[in-house]
Design a protein around this ligand. Structure first.
Ligand SMILES: O=C(O)CCC(=O)C(=O)O
Length: 247
């Protein structure tokens, strides 16, 4: 991360990187998901699994530019914790799939959600990379957060419609990274177009948020050492740093 990027992330608790994915990569992923949802014949897809659908999703887990960024946030031992997709259409909130909500914040989930500096380095618990596979225009809804709340000193959460809450806009292919120590959540999707996002969540190598066993079936699909290392269960003793790809 550049000094300017570190400043922005430290200030707000989230940062947007434009055009992480090419239009071709976005199209391929959308096509794969469209085909899968059609095959499953599911109505009102909301939260979905996707890592095992195609190798491109494991490649994205190890995206070199993204890894270089979150290395600054989490350190050399980072691991994938879990991943899922979110899809929202106008009205799905009203059908009960998502209540507008804010959650997370400093020291929540038994202290796992943390944001700290020590001796010139940044330390985080769970970090989320959201890839937009479809545009999010101003006021569309979906992901919301309270900028700066990762450094708040109270558990207080403002109401979802507070002026302190923002709804970042994204173009398909953009990546938004946030710390779960940020107060964040989801609000009603109002656009006539669909929201579709992939969320990859990373933890420090010693820690896990979700049950680590959940990744076992995915580990078997890893194509190379980097992917296998990212999918390792949490541990401290004898753990080696990731071999970060050169960019
Ligand atoms: O992207 C969203 O709508 C919310 C994501 C979220 O709440 C989370 O990652 O904990």
């Amino acid at each position: 991360m550049t000094e300017a990027e570190i400043y922005e992330f430290d200030l707000n608790g989230y940062i947007v990187y434009r055009d992480l994915l090419s239009a071709g990569e976005v199209k391929k992923m959308n096509d794969l998901l469209d085909t899968e949802f059609k095959k499953q014949d599911v109505q009102d897809v909301h939260s979905f699994s996707f890592l095992s659908l195609d190798h491109c999703f494991l490649d994205l887990m190890a995206h070199p530019r993204m890894l270089r960024i979150i290395r600054t946030m989490i350190g050399d031992w980072l691991r994938l914790d879990h991943a899922y997709g979110l899809q929202m259409d106008t009205g799905t909130v009203d059908r009960g799939q998502t209540r507008p909500n804010l959650h997370g914040g400093p020291r929540t989930d038994n202290g796992e959600h943390l944001y700290q500096w020590f001796d010139g380095n940044m330390y985080n618990g769970l970090i989320v990379a959201i890839y937009a596979l479809k545009d999010v225009n101003p006021g569309d809804g979906g992901f919301i957060c309270v900028p700066g709340s990762h450094k708040a000193n109270m558990h207080y959460k403002p109401p979802v419609d507070s002026p302190l809450v923002v709804n970042p806009s994204l173009r398909a292919g953009d990546m938004l990274i946030f710390t779960e120590a940020l107060v964040h959540g989801t609000t009603t999707w109002t656009s006539s177009k669909q929201r579709r996002s992939l969320l990859y969540k990373y933890s420090p190598g010693h820690s896990t948020w979700s049950a680590a066993d959940n990744l076992e079936p995915i580990r078997a699909l890893a194509q190379n050492d980097l992917q296998r290392d990212l999918l390792r269960p949490p541990s401290v003793g004898s753990r080696s740093a990731l071999d970060f790809p050169k960019i």
